[in-house]
Design a protein around this ligand. Structure first.
Ligand code: FUB
Ligand code: ZN
Length: 694
């Protein structure tokens, strides 16, 4: 039983050394990233940067910034209780999670590169040394939370004076548990070693013993969710249902304990929620945890709630870049249609959480619309969060930036949730490409790869060649296959079908419409639209054999998008897209301040291959988009309006801020003069990061 559950867990966790198998409750099984080899193309570059730059950088920052010292200080206190190590200032009660998340990313990396090195020694050895330091901070009963353990009489002001006291506020004891569980299970899967897993189990057992509705327990829910997802992973890895029950307890008690507010999605019971509110990362992790518990327990009330919340997000609270969380204040979802651009918060972690939610909803419902959301978030809001080189990160991801603003990616932050989250997300990306159900094989993302997977329990090799997201031709070939008759289900993206998002929040405007997607099977054309099934997938059912080839040609014209009139911030403006990529106007490519352009509503655009040279001198292939159907507005010395014909060049949004900070950036461009401006956008302060307003 345990073995079975461990195998099962592997698929859910997107990384394993074992064969894919069904996750209990989820009707669709993701093909784990270990079965999908990606070595080139757009994502090949990102994966290399993650392996060679991001993960080593995150570890070195954990060293430099005292993340490990917190554990060793806690250990020193445990050895000699007269020694205390009070917080010296700029630290957070969730600093322990940065090592946990980076270990998770490194574990994924190890599954593809088992011989990876860090600072001249095997990465596995380095991880063992870090895990030993982490374990040394564990109290004898399993409790592991350095802010309290290292200085019990002078703890961090967010930690409380005794365990669980402030866990519904800011201590993050359960948040730390959640990330520890995710990291520990990934490490166990990657290495087969139990060192981190056993530490995590001891902490989880301590929580299960002390927190609940029983006698001698305290009734508390996480201030910051993620323990729910982590506990489900631990349940799947161990087969011990107490972890699943604890996850369910956390969800069911939400809104019923002393914490009852929208910021932490505790204003009403989770099953009664129908609108995305409050802190966007907390919310996303909670919805993902609800999907996991719903899938396993069959609890339809959870599912109904997440379905409604999903609908609210994609219809009213979703940025064109795929970002979520409009407000700096509270790092939170705004009201319906509240989607400011320069002031957008769109935390990188919230984009990651949004991918987790939509991936799970796909696994539950099997509709392509969830992957349209995954794709939009992935290619825009999420990867904008990390530089092309993998060495710098955005925390908020605004859709406009003032020309005088000192806003740029940074190598690390005091609150480093986003860099460490990127460290764990990017290496898991190949796990989002394929999925299977019975005799169906889903192709959800397009990138060059070769994969070995199981359809109906039988081995199938599949390969993709493509220059996506810049080129719309995707060649899929079937390699050796034991499975004969199965349905190949290829996602036909919403952007090819006149639907930027699965709602009326955005619509394509202007005359450029993609030609119908051309599909051939072994060179013979088939009717794409006519073979799209109700789930949104092009479904090709046949007897497959080695050498069979499917070619898709997605037409990729440059399209203009308008927002629903209810979105005040985007009125009179359009955003520009090509394929899955949202474009932006940035200062290095344009003569006038990018805020002062007025686009013709019938503008036509040209796309061209180009190279983006970063400040560090590295070159990255991109496709730029240009138009001459544009004017610039300015004032002359007498304050008369001057209108000149101009030319506008746009680059993919993810690529902005690689060439210094000497000017602005805009995603939404005016087509109506009432939305245009003859003066540059100057910085109102972006304000402090919202976590100061928790
Ligand atoms: O509270 C932990 C993390 O810090 C949150 O997920 C982020 O939004 C940041 O506030
Ligand atoms: Zn973050």
């Amino acid at each position: 039983m345990k073995r079975l559950l461990y195998t099962v867990a592997c698929s859910l966790l997107a990384g394993n050394m074992m064969a894919q198998s069904q996750v209990p409750g989820y009707p669709i099984t993701p093909v784990p990233f270990t079965s999908v080899k990606v070595s080139e193309g757009f994502w090949g570059q990102r994966l290399t940067a993650s392996r060679e730059v991001t993960i080593p950088l995150a570890f070195s920052k954990c060293e430099e910034t005292g993340r490990y010292t917190n554990f060793s200080n806690a250990h020193k206190h445990l050895m000699d209780p007269t020694q205390e190590f009070p917080d010296k200032g700029w630290t957070f009660t969730f600093d322990d999670t940065d090592p946990y998340k980076t270990i998770e990313g490194a574990s994924y990396l190890l599954q593809t590169y088992p011989k990876a090195m860090y600072k001249g020694r095997p990465l596995t050895q380095y991880l063992d040394s870090v895990i030993a330091v982490i374990g040394s901070a564990q109290e004898p009963d399993g409790y592991l939370f350095t802010p309290l353990t290292k200085a019990p009489s002078k703890p961090h002001s967010w930690a409380g004076t005794k365990r669980w006291e402030k866990v519904e506020e800011l201590s993050h004891e359960f948040y730390n548990l959640g990330h520890m569980l995710e990291g520990a299970v990934a490490h166990y899967q990657a290495t087969g070693k139990r060192n981190f897993l056993d530490i995590a189990i001891r902490y989880a057992d301590c929580v299960c013993r002390e927190v609940g509705l029983g006698e001698n327990q305290v009734d508390r829910v996480p201030g910051h969710q993620i323990a729910e997802m982590g506990l489900v992973k631990l349940y799947l890895a161990t087969g011990d249902s107490k972890y699943l029950n604890q996850a369910k307890y956390f969800l069911d008690r939400r809104g019923k304990t002393t914490r009852k507010d929208m910021y932490s999605q505790a204003h009403i019971p989770v099953v009664d929620q129908d609108e995305a509110v409050g802190h966007a990362v907390r919310a996303g992790y909670m919805y993902a945890g609800m999907a996991d518990v719903a899938a396993i327990t069959g609890d339809s009330a959870y599912l109904k709630a997440i379905d409604k919340i999903w609908d609210n997000i994609v219809s009213k609270k979703y940025y064109i870049t795929g970002g979520v969380g409009a407000r700096h204040n509270g790092e939170a979802f705004g009201d319906n249609y509240e989607l400011p651009n320069a002031d957008a918060y769109c935390e990188t972690c919230a984009a990651i959480a949004n991918v987790y939610v939509n991936h799970r909803l796909f696994l539950l419902h099997g509709e392509s619309k969830y992957y349209d959301v995954v794709e939009r978030t992935l290619y825009n809001a999420l990867i904008a969060g990390v530089s092309l080189e993998g060495d710098a990160f955005f925390y908020p991801n605004p859709l406009a930036c003032a020309s005088d603003m000192d806003y740029a990616r940074k190598a690390w932050f005091g609150c480093a949730c986003c860099p460490s989250n990127i460290s764990r997300f990017i290496p898991s990306l190949p796990g989002y490409v394929y999925a299977v159900k019975d005799q169906s094989l889903y192709v959800n993302l397009f990138l060059p790869n070769t994969a070995n997977l199981l359809v109906g329990g039988k081995k199938v090799q599949i390969e993709q060649q493509t220059g996506y997201p810049y080129d719309g031709t995707v060649n899929i070939s079937i390699g050796k296959t034991q499975a004969k008759e199965f349905a190949l289900k290829v996602r036909i993206p919403g952007w090819t079908k006149g639907s930027p998002v699965p709602s009326d929040l955005y619509a394509y405007v202007g005359s450029a419409k993609p030609a119908a997607t051309v599909v051939t099977v072994n060179g013979v054309a088939i009717d794409c639209a006519g073979n799209i099934t109700a789930d949104g997938y092009l479904t090709i059912e046949r007897k497959w054999k080695k050498g069979d080839k499917v070619q898709l040609t997605f037409d990729m014209p440059v399209q203009m998008v308008a927002a629903n009139h209810a979105v005040e911030a985007d009125r009179g403006m359009v955003s520009i897209e090509r394929g899955p990529l949202v474009y932006c106007a940035e200062w290095p490519d344009n003569d006038a301040d990018v805020r002062t352009y007025l686009l013709n509503p019938n503008a036509t655009f040209k796309a061209a291959d180009a190279t983006l040279t970063t400040e560090a001198g590295n070159n990255f292939p991109i496709v730029t988009v240009t138009t001459s159907d544009v004017q610039t507005l300015s004032y002359d010395a007498k304050h008369n309006l001057v209108v000149k014909n101009g030319k506008l060049t746009l680059i993919p949004y993810y690529a902005w801020d690689h060439r210094g900070q000497k000017g602005g950036m805009e995603v939404w461009l005016p087509v109506d003069v009432t939305a245009a401006s003859a003066t540059p956008r100057l910085a109102k302060s972006l304000g402090d990061n919202g976590f100061f307003n928790r």
